[in-house]
Write a protein that binds this ligand. Structure first.
Ligand code: SF4
Length: 306
């Protein structure tokens, strides 16, 4: 999936509740209260993802979660933004999520509750259920689309397709729940980068998320570990190849008012703005970086923080 940063141990030490580590959250949830309602990821099969390999998926006991909320409330803990962890907390049934949102509303009156989701979590809920969840305070879902290309999705064992992802996104839009989606540059390698970029751009253009970000595929256990999981031939791209893929992706997008970021630690080139307003400027910066690697500001490997 998914755009992630490890919650620092420093923060965990001072949180008045205990966590089942490792914990991941989107960068934009840095100031949110993180509430672990599930452990791990219900899918946990994506070839590139090592986030939850140390955990067996589990729905946490509702009483335990509620007693943590009561404890925080007793401490007068202020929580205006809440992020539900772990990997796909939106897998919880609508009934459970509604009970949880009601509890959070009466305890903290938050302005925003968000969670990670995978497309199947959304498709397993009806439009009416999504609307109820939105009305109860679920405002934003983070979805690791990764790619809009069916072949790449199949080769990385995402368990989703272009159509299943688009169905989920359109349903979310109709329900009024905002989405922040991630595309993973480098996922198809040299062999599939074109179709990966073009079909990913096609998918996000049709889905029209409020927020879009690109991350660069990284290999915490080495590229060979990923190659073993990838169903097919994987040829790793060099930095220029990754930039050319990003250029093609941006060029093919047709969006009106989506916030775009490539500022996750994994990226070489940081871009921030709106698509389509800043599309030409993004393309200019990417082309400059491709043609002038010594002059453009590209992060070194050590700066990528992975
Ligand atoms: S769905 Fe997300 S969290 Fe789960 S294995 Fe795939 S990338 Fe990892």
């Amino acid at each position: 999936m998914e755009t992630v940063f490890l919650l620092t141990r420093f923060m965990i030490m001072f949180y008045p509740i205990s966590y089942h580590e490792p914990i991941f959250r989107p960068p934009s949830e840095a100031l949110s209260l993180i509430l672990q309602v599930t452990l791990g990821c219900s899918w946990n099969k994506c070839a590139f993802c090592e986030m939850y390999k140390s955990k067996n998926f589990k729905v946490r006991n509702e009483e335990d979660v509620f007693s943590e909320i009561d404890h925080l409330k007793g401490l007068n803990f202020r929580a205006k933004k809440l992020f539900l962890a772990d990997g796909d907390a939106f897998v919880l049934s609508t009934a459970k999520l509604l009970r949880l949102l009601e509890k959070l509303n009466s305890s903290f009156n938050p302005v925003r509750v968000s969670a990670y989701a995978i497309a199947k979590n959304i498709n397993n809920k009806s439009l009416e259920e999504l609307i109820k969840l939105k009305e109860a305070g679920l405002k934003l879902l983070y979805i690791g689309i990764e790619s809009g290309d069916d072949e790449v999705l199949r080769r990385i064992h995402k368990g989703e397709t272009y159509n299943s992802t688009l169905d989920a996104m359109l349903k979310l839009n109709e329900a009024g729940i905002k989405s922040s989606v991630m595309i993973l540059t480098g996922l198809g390698g040299e062999k599939y980068f074109e179709q990966h970029a073009i079909n990913s751009a096609k998918l996000v253009s049709a889905a029209k998320p409020e927020f879009l970000s690109t991350l660069v595929l990284s290999h915490p256990f080495g590229v060979n570990h990923f190659i073993k999981q990838f169903d097919g031939e994987y040829i790793e791209q060099k930095v220029n190849g990754l930039l050319e893929e990003l250029e093609l992706f941006i060029k093919e997008t047709n969006l009106e008012n989506t916030v775009f970021r490539s500022d996750h630690a994994s990226n070489y080139l940081v871009l921030k703005g709106f698509l389509s307003r800043d599309k030409e400027e993004f393309l200019r910066q990417i082309r400059f970086a491709i043609e002038n690697p010594g002059k453009a500001y590209l992060r070194d490997e050590w700066q990528r923080g992975l």
